[in-house]
Design a protein around this ligand. Structure first.
Ligand code: DGY
Length: 324
């Protein structure tokens, strides 16, 4: 008999069919407390789950006694308690490769949009304010040849470094857990400590996952080390930056601008002070959100689930050790 699985995010028809050829599917939208209650029987039977968002921790796992595989349609997996999964022998699959270039594009878009005030001036044009040749109150700052600081040199950091180096002639500084020889040989990137990165970057671009070590890694003390002319970009995870400290720095003019694709709470509260600051560009976590990339992520997540249910975890597995 085909294994029972729970699908908690909608999939393109062809991918749903591919999944249905291998699994018996119960589908609902999101691992909300209400859905977990309502679909208790399906969860109790499920050997696999696939979707994105929602908390998968020891509490959740009590509802899924037969679970063997969790497949997330994302590269990030901070919503999963990996040690609880390990204890239960559940493998976690993710989609680390297919979104790299698209997320790096999003980061570069935030760099350009904040520096050149693209959204702000475009809104002024729409409001009918472009009535004569523009003056300095419409000007931005240069991007090309400025210093790009990258915090986190994983796949996305490397793709951003390539753009900044090859396309914009930017010298690259980076801080990561360890030096990255490829970034250094291909893009002349210079490894430095976090303090140097903060003090010297014109654009500080954060591409870090959320872990106990990165939570609020950038707080008031770190922001105070950045030059007033610097721009902060975050497309990793919101809680890597202490948002209240960032808001204070922006309100007090201690930072030039911020470009944010991720927030401490998502969706962002419409009352957030970030939204009334003209030098903030806030995006609704669109990092990987193109048709092509979201399709590729869903396809990989489906293939990951099918393979892992067969015991094949050589690719895209966060915790192969869970198999013992
Ligand atoms: C991920 O996959 O974790 C990204 O945040 C999606 O944009």
């Amino acid at each position: 008999m085909k294994p029972a699985i729970v699908l908690y995010k909608s999939l393109p028809d062809d991918l749903r069919q591919r999944l249905a050829a291998h699994c018996r599917i119960t589908e609902f939208a999101g691992l909300t407390p209400e859905n977990i209650r309502r679909h208790a029987d399906a969860l109790a039977e499920a050997e696999g789950i696939i979707g994105s968002g929602g908390k998968v921790d020891a509490d959740f796992l009590r509802h899924t006694p037969r679970l063997r595989v969790a497949s997330t349609v994302s590269v990030g997996y901070d919503n999963f308690d990996v040690s609880a999964l390990n204890q239960r022998g559940v493998v976690l699959m993710h989609t680390p490769t297919v979104l790299t270039e698209t997320v790096a594009d999003t980061m570069m878009a935030l760099v350009l949009t904040t520096a050149r005030r693209v959204t702000e001036v475009a809104e002024r044009v729409k409001a009918g304010e472009w009535t004569r040749s523009i003056g300095p109150d419409w000007f931005g700052i240069d991007v090309h040849h400025k210093k790009m600081g990258i915090l986190g040199m994983g796949r996305i950091g490397l793709a951003l470094a390539r753009r900044a180096h090859a396309g914009f002639g930017m010298p690259i500084l980076y801080h990561a857990r360890k030096p990255h020889p490829e970034a250094e040989s291909r893009f002349d990137a210079r490894y430095c400590d976090l303090d140097t990165l903060l003090r010297e970057s014109d654009f500080l671009c954060i591409s870090l996952p959320l872990t106990a070590d990165t939570h609020h890694l950038i707080g008031a003390e770190q922001l105070a080390k950045m030059p007033r002319s610097a721009v902060l970009i975050n497309a990793g995870r919101g809680p890597v930056v202490d948002e209240a400290a960032l808001i204070a720095a922006l309100q007090e003019g201690r930072l030039h601008a911020a470009g944010l694709d991720v927030f401490e709470q998502e969706p962002l509260d419409p009352q957030s002070p970030l939204l009334s600051l003209p030098n903030v560009v806030a995006l609704p976590h669109i990092g990987s959100a193109t048709h092509e990339t979201r399709y590729a992520m869903a396809r990989d997540a489906v293939d990951n689930l099918i393979a892992a249910l067969r015991g094949e975890v050589d690719k895209n597995c966060v915790n192969p050790q869970a198999l013992g």
